[in-house]
Design a protein around this ligand. Structure first.
Ligand SMILES: [Zn+2]
Ligand SMILES: [Zn+2]
Length: 358
């Protein structure tokens, strides 16, 4: 019996130490390689004409790029309507800030990588000014004053869809399914739940599709460019650009400029909860999203940010994130720890089983 036990252990232990199966997910689908055919019909496409423009020169039309940097928080213009076409040192500083924020090569020049990122379709919410980072791993941002929903935890927030502001080619049940998933994504990480209500007037979060100037001082701009925007906690306004081709299923929606509704919903809900834009490309709170791409899973950066505001959902584990975000040392260490913990448990269980049979 004893020799049988030793044989069993000798056979089983190597199996236990086989590295755990790590299911691979598709790598994050964001890239800044411009695909011109996808960008041809929105106004930012013309920014590529400024490639390698020189400081100190007059560059016809560059005032529009100054307005872009002003809108997204990189340049302060006294009078946005009278922006000049001079490539001055203030504009150069704005480029440096932008390049620093996104980890681009800091040149102060309008190089190809910088302009490609500038042209990418994105969220309309401005980026937060860069601050000196105390911890290199912290990239998530809050709105100024770090607002969050001022309710006792655990809390429930209600949401509703504007009956007059939907898109005809998507049914309301289809839209509701997408948003239910998007809200559940965040609810899994924090002690906040979300409940749909038909009472639009009293809902905490009000969702609708709007065209052009829709009364909040943040007009939408047509196909691509700005895709959506939402406001910091307390407001609850969540607006999507009705001019986009919103997709709930890319197998059915074949347009080259289709935008994934769930990806944008997850991103904007992050703002509604109090998160700003991060510089972590894999995070859902990164500000750009290419057409026909999906990004619906929270990264560690997103989770750490939102949990800094609301605490953790007691049922949340980082395990589900590790498959998609094992690139950080932190995650890798945790994975190793968990694997070791699992093996240790299995060895103890096996030893106990064998002891009982002897
Ligand atoms: Zn955003
Ligand atoms: Zn709006």
């Amino acid at each position: 019996m004893c020799s049988m036990m030793i044989s069993a252990l000798l056979i089983t232990i190597p199996l236990l130490f086989t590295p755990p199966c790590t299911a691979t997910r598709p790598t994050p689908q964001f890239s800044f390689t411009p695909q011109k055919e996808e960008h041809h019909n929105h106004k930012w496409h013309s920014f590529m004409n400024f490639l390698n423009a020189r400081k100190g020169t007059q560059v016809p039309g560059i005032s529009h790029l100054k307005q872009y940097f002003h809108h997204f928080g990189y340049l302060q213009l006294q009078d946005i309507r009278n922006a000049t076409d001079t490539f001055d040192s203030q504009f150069e500083s704005a480029i440096v800030r932008y390049q620093t924020k996104f980890g681009l090569r800091v040149t102060g020049e309008l190089d190809y990588d910088t302009l490609s990122l500038v042209m990418a379709p994105r969220c309309g919410v401005p980026d937060i000014a860069i601050h000196t980072k105390l911890h290199a791993s912290r990239n998530y941002e809050f709105f100024p004053g770090k607002p969050r929903w001022p309710r006792q935890i655990p809390m429930t927030l209600t949401y509703a869809f504007s009956p007059e502001n939907l898109v005809k080619y998507l049914s309301l049940p289809e839209i509701k399914r997408v948003f239910k998933r998007a809200f559940a994504t965040w609810a899994s990480a924090i002690p906040v739940s979300f409940a749909e209500t038909d009472d639009y007037g009293f809902a905490d979060i009000k969702i609708g599709f709007y065209s052009g100037d829709h009364g909040d001082g943040e007009p939408f701009d047509g196909v691509l460019g700005v895709l959506a925007h939402s406001f910091s906690p307390g407001s609850g306004k969540f607006h999507l650009d009705a001019a986009e081709t919103w997709a709930v299923d890319f197998d059915k929606e074949k347009s080259t400029v289709a935008v994934d509704l769930e990806s944008v919903a997850v991103h904007e809900i992050g703002h509604l909860l109090g998160l700003g834009h991060t510089s972590v490309e894999e995070a859902v709170m990164y500000p750009t999203l290419k057409p026909r791409k999906r990004k619906v899973d929270l990264s560690i950066d997103d989770v750490e940010g939102v949990q800094a505001l609301y605490g953790s959902n007691p049922n949340f584990t980082f395990g589900s994130l590790l498959e998609s975000d094992i690139s950080t040392n932190w995650a890798s260490d945790l994975l190793r720890f968990r694997s070791f913990e699992r093996w240790a448990q299995l060895i103890i269980a096996l030893t106990l089983t064998l002891s009982l049979t002897t």
